[in-house]
Write a protein that binds this ligand. Structure first.
Ligand code: RUQ
Ligand code: CUA
Ligand code: CA
Length: 647
């Protein structure tokens, strides 16, 4: 097949057309079923500026083979930190290779590392009075890094659990979770974003708070009251302290919240709202022509709490203030600003220069551009109407969801229904909105495979946006990879955005199903490759190793060094409560040991210089080997000892 064939859509591009048609039909049918086809039909493809790239995306729009390969032994230039979705974890990939580097267990259990099994991880995850985990499931959607001076400082990552409404913090030196907090009074905790500097103290130029939006309105308190009275239910915007991880305050709002974004000056947090109607069924959630993008004036909220204008809900001690429209009629004192946007928006992102928030249309083929400066003007009482903060609303395509930026004035929005990424220019969109008929905001389109959800650019959520890569997180992979049964792996596609035209570089797989992610320059990320024994208060020195008994409680202290645990046999009695504390004394990078006990459902690792412990009941009599589960030495298989439980 030659170049012309490619452009004419011949040869092996034809089956691809077939796939697209098939998928397009599915999407339309699904949406029509939900009563949405009407609004979507309003977008006339011919008026969208640049022509669709069509399947030529994989011809003229694609990179040549190997161009962005990372050769054996070479390292990637970026990290991707990605949510794992209903798997409950957070993943790290390298870019541009797409190599999976780590899966950080967060809300899930992971026997590779022993997350949810060791006492230390159980303490972070939270247990019931009987010592078992309070929750064993989670749903991570968004991962965001802490900031210093408008860019990532490699200190923390924060992620949400939509399912059980918890926020988790990952310390980036070890890439492990060090704190989890459950949010009170909320359900459907979806959007999360750290502030970029202190909203109150201008001198503090790093992340201090993390903002959390909840999507599902509930009775307050949710103790059995008002179950049939949705008008009384409401949602809360929550502020968590980035250091203590305690909930600082909550804000009662009208409508719901979906995604969150924060301004570079630290003063504003935004949330797109798709259910301003307060509907309990989908048809009601789509009944209004417009929903809103909510802006929270953080300093005012905190001043209101200081002034004693807060209340509490149920057993929760967290102060709550009223951010509803009814309670905030005067913009000059308002805690909130609700900017009307076309119905059921999804996603809100801020441009790297801090000037514009972009709220994607989802059911509307538009993106709404809101000027940060004008939101500030609203709060000063200088804007007639909140809607006047909108400076552009270009038509960009069907099903816009999330937007990334290149730092050069261009935006890249995922189009779920069109299965495309659209590149558009913010200034041109503003000119068009002002009435310049010659302004054509849409600059380029590229097909992705298929149905993209989140898309994000390299360093795009910092002031160091570098305009190199866009990663498209597609929701359907269909036929992109070898089939593996009914559950498909997801596709992520890396796109070169450094030129005028976008170029598809390659596909990589993603275990179902990631939502949002960030792309961070590799030189920013500073990890510690061998831990410090002092960070583990229960570390076992060679001299402290041994077995002690206190009533029916047995403590087994093990100081291991490859290829030995330093103890040949541990003898206990049936019914004993056994605690094993294991310290890995090896000081060599990458020399991790494992610890598993046959038939006792215990399995965890200790990295060099680390200590972990487990507590369990010796409820089975007999001989049970415990062995090293992590390959560590030529005598790794011999690294095993006996656990004997006597009658
Ligand atoms: S959401 S596909 Cu969970 Cu971030 Cu938009
Ligand atoms: Cu120690 Cu394998
Ligand atoms: Ca709505």
């Amino acid at each position: 097949m030659n170049e012309t064939d490619l452009q004419n859509g011949k040869g092996d591009l034809l089956p691809d057309e077939g796939r697209r048609k098939f998928l397009g039909t599915t999407a339309t049918v699904t949406l029509a079923g939900a009563g949405l086809a009407m609004g979507l039909a309003a977008c006339k493809k011919s008026e969208q500026g640049a022509p669709a790239a069509g399947t030529a995306a994989e011809g003229s729009h694609a990179a040549t083979g190997g161009e962005f390969d990372v050769a054996p032994g070479k390292l990637d230039s970026y990290y991707i930190f990605s949510s794992g979705g209903h798997n409950g974890d957070v993943r790290i990939y390298g870019l541009p290779s797409g190599r999976l580097l780590k899966q950080i267990p967060v809300f899930n259990q992971d026997c590779m590392v022993g997350w949810g099994i060791t006492n230390e991880s159980k303490k972070i995850l939270g247990t019931k009075p009987d010592g078992t985990l309070k929750y064993t499931t989670g749903d991570t959607h968004h991962v965001h890094g802490s900031y210093t001076d408008g860019t990532y400082d490699s200190k923390y990552l924060f992620t949400n659990d939509k399912l059980n409404c918890r926020i988790a913090r990952i310390r980036m030196d070890r890439m492990e979770v060090d704190a989890i907090t459950e949010l009170p009074n909320v359900q459907g905790f979806h959007g999360i974003f750290p502030d970029k500097r202190d909203p109150v103290d201008e001198k503090i130029n790093h992340t201090t708070r993390v903002f959390c939006g909840d999507e599902f309105h509930i009775p307050q308190p949710n103790d059995g009251r008002d179950l049939d009275d949705p008008k009384k239910w409401f949602c809360l915007f929550t502020c968590v302290d980035a250091e203590s991880m305690e909930v600082r305050w909550q804000l009662k709002v009208d409508g719901n919240m979906d995604l969150i974004a924060t301004s570079y000056d630290g003063k504003l947090a935004a949330a797109n709202q798709y259910n301003t109607e307060g509907g309990a069924v989908a048809a009601d959630m789509m009944s209004a022509e417009r929903d809103a993008c909510l802006f929270v004036n953080v300093a005012r909220v905190e001043a209101a709490i200081k002034a004693g204008k807060s209340f509490t809900i149920g057993d929760s001690k967290v102060p709550v203030v009223d951010g509803t429209k009814e309670a905030n009629k005067d913009p000059k004192t308002a805690l909130t600003c609700y900017v009307p946007v076309p119905k059921n928006p999804h996603g809100v992102n801020i441009s790297p220069d801090g000037k514009y928030f972009v709220c994607s249309g989802k059911l509307s083929p538009t993106a709404t551009v809101i000027a940060t400066e004008l939101v500030h003007k609203f709060f000063e009482g200088e804007l007639k109407d909140a809607r006047d903060a909108v400076v552009a609303e270009p038509e960009i395509g069907l099903g816009p969801l999330h937007t990334g930026f290149d730092g050069k004035g261009n935006a890249y929005t995922t189009l779920f229904l069109d299965s495309q990424i659209v590149k558009w220019n913010v200034d041109k969109a503003i000119a068009q909105f002002k009435g310049d008929k010659s302004a054509q905001p849409v600059l380029d389109r590229i097909d992705v495979h298929y149905q993209p959800g989140h898309g994000y650019t390299s360093m795009g959520e910092t002031k160091e946006a570098d305009g190199k890569f866009f990663n498209s997180g597609n929701k359907f992979s269909k036929d992109r990879f070898l089939p593996v049964g009914p559950l498909h792996v997801e596709t992520e596609q890396l796109i070169d955005i450094s030129g005028e035209k976008m170029r598809l570089l390659h596909d990589h797989t993603a275990y179902p199903e990631p939502h949002d992610a960030i792309i961070v320059r590799a030189d920013i990320v500073k990890t510690r490759q061998v831990s410090d024994m002092k960070d583990f208060p229960n570390a076992v020195g060679f001299k402290d190793a041994g077995i002690t008994r206190d009533g029916n409680k047995v403590t087994v202290k093990i100081a291991s060094q490859a290829p030995n645990y330093g103890v040949d046999v541990v003898k206990v009695k049936k019914g004993d409560e056994v605690t094993i504390i294991l310290t890995n004394h090896d000081n060599v990078e990458d020399l991790t040991h494992g610890f598993g006990i046959e038939k006792y459902n215990i399995n965890f690792i200790v990295n060099p210089q680390e200590t972990h412990s487990v507590t369990f009941k010796a409820d089975k009599v007999g001989l049970f080997w415990f062995y090293c589960t992590h390959f560590c030495h030529a005598l790794h298989l011999e690294m095993r000892s006996r656990f004997i439980v006597e009658k």
